[in-house]
Design a protein around this ligand. Sequence first.
Ligand code: IVH
Length: 731
Amino acid sequence: MKHALPLTALSSNITDNNKMPESQTEIPVDELSPEQAETELARLASEIAGHDRRYYQKDAPTISDAAYDALRRRNEAIEARFPGLTRPDSPSRRVGAAPTSGFSKVAHAVPMLSLGNAFDAEDVAEFFARIGRFLGLPETDTIDVIAEPKIDGLSISLRYEGGNIVQGATRGDGATGENVTANVKTIAEIPKTLRGQAPDVLEIRGEVYMGRQAFAALNEQREKDGDAVFANPRNAAAGSLRQLDATITALRPLRIFCYAWGETSEMLADTQTAFLDRLREWGFPVNPFAGRCRGVAEALAKYDEIYAARAQLDYDIDGVVYKVDRLDWQQRLGFVSRAPRWAIAHKFPAEKAQTVLNEITIQVGRTGALTPVANLAPITVGGVVVSRATLHNADEIERKDIREGDTVIIQRAGDVIPQVVEIVLEMRPSSSKPYQFPTTCPCDLRTPAFREPGEAVTRCTGELACPYQQVERLRHFVSRDAFDIEGLGEKQISAFFERGWVKSPADIFDLQKNDSDREPKLRELEGWGDKSATNLFAAIEAKRTIPLERLIYALGIRQIGQATAKQLARHYGSFSRWQEAMHQATMERSGNRLETKKAETVGEAYAALCDIDGIGIKMADDIVAFFSEPHNVAAIEALGDRLTIEEAAQPDTSSSAVAGKTVVFTGSLETMSRAEAKATAEARGAKVSGSVSKKTDYVIVGADAGSKAKKAQDLGVAILSEKDWRALIGG
Ligand code: IVH
């Protein structure tokens, strides 16, 4: 588990298609004895070699990419723990056998996004309320949505030109997918030529899936043939679609439901309902449950209907998606981060299972948080074998009185980390004792662990002295969404750290320079050679130029995820401006230790930081705390000296009259809510601030504007009515 999905994924409420691998029956890596590790490495070497053969030579992989990646990661993790046991035929030594796919890449003209989640009726009601607020609708208005099952398959984009299919692409990371045109053409349900009138360019999106009966039959056949079986229909669909030889895909019973669009040369409809009608007319399969619901109550009734029908369906679904029916509203609502504001996935309740909690171990995160982890007797929950579950923190253990040896009920919802929900007290061994949360970090330094009053998290106080934190930060720095340096994974970074070669991120960029006067050299280390060392140095060089948002994310500042890093990068534009503003904000804050709710009273730079969409005082304080640490500042400066940091891509505002302007909205606006006003202004390149100062370019006043309008007048800042503002931004 540890190696399959980071525990931090828990904090995200966005789902995407990177679900857990199907098998985790193995003993956790940190519990393997050397003998077990040796046997396991032998098994993995042969198993991975078999998969490579089937993938590269026979074009017929028998496991999903996720499961394959999990095997390789496990192999790496074991080697990292027992470097001496690395085999001559280890998969980690075979250069060029990396699981890069043989498909060409396709950049999505319109990104393929994820959906936010709702878990209960209250979340759904809040979704409707949020939309009403954003659009500024009277509370009595009903919002129509389309509800449809959330199909548990893999999303696909189908491009038509002149009514003929020209391209099929997987979602990939949302921005770039794989070209699977030949494969999708073999799926009978996908129209190759559209019926009736269609726009010249039409990209339709949907979910490819395999029916349950077809899945069972396929697995039965594979078992007879001695092939590995698929863990579930979704993996079978993914494995079947991503065949390099499309004639194999053609033999697999793949199906599709379509539900969205991407790039199109003309408007398709006014409502989602009308869009679904057009889909049917063109010949695309649309899920029969898809239907319009007037308001929350009808949406929830539809959810109940679909949930009740679930068991009888021949395909897997994991929730119900609600989408605002009016497309003009969808457009106004837009997106936050990677998910639309106008849609949400209402997930079905988690699946549960009973098992034994063998041991509680502690994981140390990059910010020093000690997270207790339940090591379980492996058990299948919702089609996945689970052997670890998060216990969150000390309070959670105490509140539930979770003990080693307990029989527990665990649950797993979608791609969320499994959790312990209940203890079966009748089955508690008489010898059991309450769990004592450690008061020191499990690292060699045994640094004291401390919990701030009122905080749930216990943290190692070692900061950067704690080797666990250091390694975790470095791992984060090179992770996929951060620097993503090929050949520099968790295993390598840990090994370099142990040798003292890489202690701080900047050291990565000195590796090659220092290698020349070092003994042993990288190429002389076990598992390395001339070629792999050269490749690594080249991969590091390739990342010497890096977008600002990636750099900010890579620093691993508490609470600053990808979306926030992007916001910061966009707001400040360049590395130097960002750095300067953060130092300024840090200075302002350090001179103002009072608990303050009013950012403006702290200082201008601090207030501007708090004002950025999605930031606020709490996050701003985490950033400031980061910049108050001299070693963090030194680490950033060292990076600045070694890297070329690209300025952030700004939204295309070439035709915008308000690009770069700072605006303040005040009073109650008539034609739009505050949230929408802010979003539209930002989309046009303006900065929206909460307070008026000399630097403000425009103050837009609604009804009953108070002190801000007055201040604007005093400072001589241009004051606009809502109408003037609309005229200025072009409608
Ligand atoms: S709408 C902009 N509708 O769920 C959002 N997605 O968690 C477009 N999915 O990547 C997605 N059934 O692969 C939509 N009826 C449905 C869906 C659906 C399954 C998948 C899709 C998406 C993922 C998001």
